[in-house]
Ligand binder design. Sequence first.
Ligand SMILES: *Cc1c(COP(=O)(O)O)cnc(C)c1O
Length: 460
Amino acid sequence: MSAPAERPEGAAERHARLVELDQRHLWHPFTQMQGWLGEEPLIVERAEGSFLVDTMGRRYLDGVSSLWVTVHGHRRPEIDEAIRAQLDRVAHTTLLGLSSVPAIELAAELCRRAPRGLSRVFYSDSGSTAVEIAAKIAFQHWKQRGRPEKRRFLALGEAYHGDTLGSVSMGGISLYHEIFRPLLFEVLRGPPPYCYRCPLDKRPESCGVACADELASLVERHGSELAAVVVEPLVQGAAGMITQPKGWLRRVREACDRADVLLIADEVAVGFGRTGTLFACEQEGVVPDLLCLAKGITGGYLPLAATLATEEVFRSFLGAWESDRTFFHGHTYTGNPLACAAALASFEIFDRDRTLARLPSKIERLASRLAGLSGHPHVGEVRQRGLMVGIELVEDRETRRPFARARRMGHRVILQARERGVALRPLGDVIVLMPPLSIEEDEIDLLARVVAESIEAATA
Ligand SMILES: *Cc1c(COP(=O)(O)O)cnc(C)c1O
């Protein structure tokens, strides 16, 4: 049980009042509110390093980096200080018609660190908008290249690219996206490299990554009408941490090159060290034409997103004012200076702490601490890439039959974990672990131990 650390005076009364107001006024994202109203919510009051502290003074290890955003831990003095210093200059100014110091500095820093060839930064404020912007840029790019018929997109089954209608159009998770189908544009769908439940019914030992061939042939067949292929490199996050076989991404890039189709890499989840390198594309030596970044960009502090483009793409938007080649898109808070200052401070921490160099031993430790789970009768598969983990629970290990949806097994596991002082958020019956990159060794051990105990308790 998580020990109530220091319970402040009157905490219980205040907590009860907040619960009452939450249940009366808040509408939580991706949440069936009928179920929410019957449960005791965990209300975060503050945080420190890898831990969240609730209104009752209880501490929880932040096992999913506050929904995949926290990079260097909570309340990093360097980021706190950078935001305060920027606050003493100005909180917000616009990039429409003006520029700002932190937006300029960060754009240069992003281009310096991103795969070589990405030289332009278009800011927005969420992963959804970063992807939406990439799609609109790709579409307009081809129109201005005299190829207006290249206007379609190819995305993967089980893809997740955000929740605005454009990014939902590219998404392929039927549970989230089906209801909106009548509002969406049509997208070509390639097979996700989901080896545990192979869409081509093959086995990973002998398939030769046949799903990449299938995707490549789709790209070639439809090349003349395709603006872009959009993928989440190395790990399809919201799909349930589907990890891609080695060489898969490289082959998608080559197919795009052969068919003259742009590649959009959605690194909203996998970017900023989660897979072991700053950007996931690096591991396959791939340079996308458009790179979408958000979640971890500010170290998990403030909403900010960026869509990076090559000079080649950027150049098709140049022309006289009356040529109508302008990219008519922009959000009011585009390139917010406080957020950019936080992002710059986060990069400095990457350098000073040698965050990436220290990852391999953490990744290894997490893998070894989770190894025992593979034999559990209700664990179908443990997938890991870097510090991103998905543990797929099944009712029957032999047949890989899932639990009935109504049992909400993933949810039950995370309620058990919460009792034991770890905060998690599952994806259906996939238990997701995505701790901050700053997680310490003993915290990795705690995380793995609690997850094992919680799976045991929930499935017993
Ligand atoms: C979270 C996510 C998005 C959407 O980001 P938001 O900031 O929630 O809009 C897009 N793509 C991927 C891969 C994501 O994981």
